[in-house]
Design a binder for this molecule. Structure first.
Ligand code: MRU
Length: 350
C-alpha cells in the first residue's frame, strides 16, 4: 500500500545514470519489471509495443528519447548532430499516431535543438522539465476536478489514466485520488478495457496500492451500472482533444459518454493542455490507431478464432456529450470551439 507521503512513488518513467528506465506495462500486474533503454530506437520500440503507454507518458518518454539520440549523434558527428537528429525525431514521431502529447513534446525538444548554443545537457534539462511539469499539472487537475464532484458518490473510469500513463499521479486517476482523499468518492468502478485490459490490469493495480475501494466490471456492464443509479460520474483521460472540444480516448469511451448522457451521469474528461491539438478542427481530423487483429483473437494463450477483425484503439467523443473538461489551466463546462479557443488564449478566464 502506498501511504500519503509516498503518493509519488509510483513512476513508470525514470531517468537514471544516463539511460531511461521504463516500467514494462505489458507484464503488470504479475511482474514489476523496469527495462533500461539506451538508444532512441529502443525508445521507439517501447512506445510502439506499449511497454510505455498513455498519452502524457508517451510524450515524456519520447523527450528522453531525443536526449539519447542527441548523445549518440553528438559522439559520432559532433559538428552535424543537429541535422542528423531529425531522422531520429521522425522515427519517434511515428511510434504511435493518436496521442498528440508525443508531437507536443518533440516540438519542445526541437525548439531547444534549434538554439545554436544548446547542448545535450540542455536537452536533458528540457526533458526533465516536461516530466516534472506533467506531475505538477496532474496534481492541479486533481484538485480542480475533485472540487466539481459534488455530493459523495461512486464513479466509473475506463482504461488507465493514472501514474502509469503520465509522468506521475495521473489525470483521471488524479481526480479520483484527490476526490477520495477529500471524502467525495466512496467507490470506484473500473471497466476492463478490452482488448489490452488497461483497466483490469493497470488501473486496478494502481487503485489497490492507493487503498481506494475499487470494483472491476466487464466493459459491457457499464450501461447497467448507470441504469441502476450506481455512479454519478464517468471520469476519463484523453489522447487528443480537437479545437472544438471533441475528445479522442481509449475505444469504448464514446459509448460510455452516450450512456452517461442518457442516464444523466456526469462525464468528466481530464487532460493537460499538452493534449490539445488546435490544428485538428474536430474529432474527425484525429488519426485513430488501428491495431492488430491478434489482440482480439487471443485470450491468454488460447486462439479463439481465425477471422477478420476491426480493432480501433481509440474513438472520438463529441464535445456535446462532455459535461466538463478539466485541464491544468482551468475547467471548462460543456466545452465548444469558442470556450476552447479562450482556454488556450492569453485571456484564459477559466
Ligand atoms: O493505448 P493506450 O493504453 O496508450 O491508451 C491510453 C488511453 O487511452 C488513456 O486514456 C489516455 O492516453 C490518457 S492517459 C492520462
Amino acid at each position: 500500500m502506498i501511504h500519503k507521503n509516498e503518493e509519488d512513488r509510483l513512476r513508470a518513467i525514470i531517468w537514471r545514470e544516463g539511460a531511461l528506465e521504463v516500467l514494462d506495462q505489458r507484464l503488470l500486474p504479475n511482474e514489476v519489471c523496469y527495462r533500461r533503454l539506451s538508444t532512441s530506437a529502443e525508445v521507439v520500440r517501447s512506445i510502439r509495443n506499449m511497454v510505455v503507454r498513455g498519452a502524457p507518458a508517451i510524450g515524456i518518454t519520447a523527450a528522453y528519447g531525443v536526449v539519447l539520440a542527441a548523445e549518440s549523434r553528438y559522439s559520432e558527428t559532433p559538428d552535424r548532430w543537429r541535422n542528423l537528429i531529425d531522422e531520429d525525431i521522425e522515427m519517434l514521431a511515428k511510434s504511435r499516431p493518436t496521442a498528440i502529447n508525443l508531437h507536443w513534446a518533440l516540438q519542445r525538444m526541437k525548439k531547444v535543438i534549434a538554439v545554436p548554443t544548446s547542448t545535450v545537457g540542455r536537452l536533458l534539462k528540457e526533458a526533465i522539465a516536461i516530466h516534472n511539469e506533467d506531475i505538477i499539472s496532474n496534481k492541479c487537475m486533481g484538485r480542480l476536478g475533485a472540487a466539481l464532484l459534488g455530493q459523495r458518490s461512486a464513479v466509473l473510469t475506463h482504461c488507465n489514466a493514472g501514474a502509469l500513463a503520465t509522468g506521475g499521479y495521473g489525470t483521471a486517476l488524479g481526480v479520483i485520488r484527490a476526490g477520495y482523499a477529500s471524502g467525495l468518492i466512496e467507490q470506484v468502478y473500473v471497466s476492463e478495457t478490452r482488448p489490452w485490459l488497461q483497466g483490469a490490469r493497470l488501473t486496478l493495480w494502481e487503485l489497490v496500492q492507493y487503498g481506494i475501494p475499487v470494483k472491476l466490471l466487464v466493459d459491457a456492464a457499464a450501461g447497467a451500472l448507470m441504469r441502476m443509479n450506481m455512479i454519478r460520474w464517468v471520469i476519463v483521460g484523453a489522447d487528443r482533444i480537437a479545437a472544438n472540444g471533441d475528445v479522442a480516448n481509449k475505444i469504448g469511451t464514446y459509448q460510455l459518454a452516450v450512456a452517461a448522457r442518457y442516464h444523466d451521469v456526469g462525464f468528466m474528461v481530464v487532460a493537460p493542455t499538452s493534449t490539445f491539438d488546435m490544428h485538428s478542427k474536430a474529432g474527425a481530423n484525429i488519426p485513430i490507431e488501428q491495431r492488430s487483429r491478434d489482440e482480439l483473437f487471443t485470450i491468454g494463450c488460447q486462439i479463439i478464432a481465425e477471422a477478420g477483425a476491426w480493432n480501433p484503439c481509440f474513438d472520438v467523443t463529441p464535445a456535446e456529450l462532455i459535461s466538463v473538461l478539466v485541464t491544468e489551466q482551468g475547467a471548462v463546462s460543456e466545452p465548444n470551439a469558442e470556450k476552447i479557443a479562450l482556454l488556450m488564449s492569453e485571456k484564459n478566464p477559466y
